[in-house]
Design a protein around this ligand. Structure first.
Ligand code: SF4
Length: 296
């Protein structure tokens, strides 16, 4: 039986949460400033009432029963809500779903600035074990243009707070965010920052200017020019080559990518770099995803 939760507005989730029960703990994103992000522009940020979540969890338990093992707390940065509210949700989830293995959410850098290590640690013990963090770039100019609200040093600091709390971090880098002008510096600095964060998961997305966002406006004026698949492949190659992590799953399988790749770093680093070099040496034969099959 399909689950009958009425979600408010468009719902977004990471690709790896495709089989998770999704609950909107918050509506929208409290930051909502990133120049490329169109996800929550139409939503005014608010924390939902716990009674609404309780009713949805009860409905999900009635319809899905013990099958629920993974829950994703939407929308943009549920972690910014008060710790007591998040604990209340986690208590309800643990009671409703005895086989629950993981609760995860997006975490904005701003939420990570606010949360203490002790709070995140206590929430992890209650079940909130994984955050998705849009690092986007390790280059300060690119981060400023993307209006992330933090520079690279601050991104590393707040990400490491979460790691100190024992949180599994899944980080995203935005290919093409520096445009052609800053491409390779953006790639190398992003590799440096991801190495300093040393997350469990690393993925890449390709920036896509969307109408109605500051980046979309820049693209319309010609101030931002999206990069072609070959230049993006070069950027991805440099990013992977400059990423030294102790053990992370790497994916470029988000629908926005031109080349779906995957592996484990550092084990598969040389193979991934070789694959990308082979593409760059024979770009006409490259298996790029056709433009019409790409998504945001
Ligand atoms: S923090 Fe995330 S959800 Fe919020 S505006 Fe930035 S990219 Fe979008």
């Amino acid at each position: 039986m399909p689950l009958t939760i009425e979600y408010e507005g468009t719902l977004y989730r990471p690709p790896s949460e495709g089989n998770s029960l999704i609950l909107q703990a918050t509506i929208g994103c409290s930051w909502n400033e990133c120049s490329f992000c169109a996800m929550y522009r139409e939503k005014r940020f608010r924390v939902r009432r716990i009674e609404e979540l309780a009713a949805e969890i009860e409905a999900a338990r009635d319809q899905l029963g013990a099958t629920v093992r993974k829950v994703f707390l939407a929308d943009g940065d549920a972690l910014i809500a008060k710790a007591s509210y998040l604990h209340a949700i986690l208590d309800l989830l643990r009671t409703a779903f005895p086989r629950l293995r993981r609760v995860s959410c997006y975490a904005s850098p701003q939420a990570l600035q606010i949360r203490t290590v002790d709070e995140m640690s206590a929430l992890r013990e209650a079940g909130l074990t994984q955050y998705y963090l849009g690092v986007e770039s390790g280059h300060d100019t690119v981060l400023e243009r993307m209006q992330k609200g933090v520079d690279a040093a601050e991104m590393i600091r707040v990400a490491n707070k979460a790691k100190d709390a024992g949180i599994k971090l899944s980080t995203m880098i935005l290919l093409g965010a520096g445009g052609a002008e800053l491409s390779l510096e953006h790639a190398r600095e992003s590799g440096r920052v991801i190495s300093a964060i040393d997350p469990r998961f690393v993925s890449t997305l390709v920036v896509t200017p969307v109408a109605g966002t500051p980046l979309g406006d820049d693209a319309e004026r010609g101030d931002f020019v999206p990069m072609d698949p070959i230049a993006l492949t070069h950027e991805l190659r440099e990013f992977v080559a400059h990423t030294d992590v102790s053990g992370a799953v790497f994916r470029s399988n988000h629908a926005s990518n031109y080349l779906p790749l995957g592996g484990t770093l550092p084990k598969d680093k040389a193979r991934i770099v070789e694959t990308l070099d082979a593409v760059l040496n024979a770009p006409d034969a490259a298996p790029f995803t056709p433009e019409q099959f790409r998504g945001l």
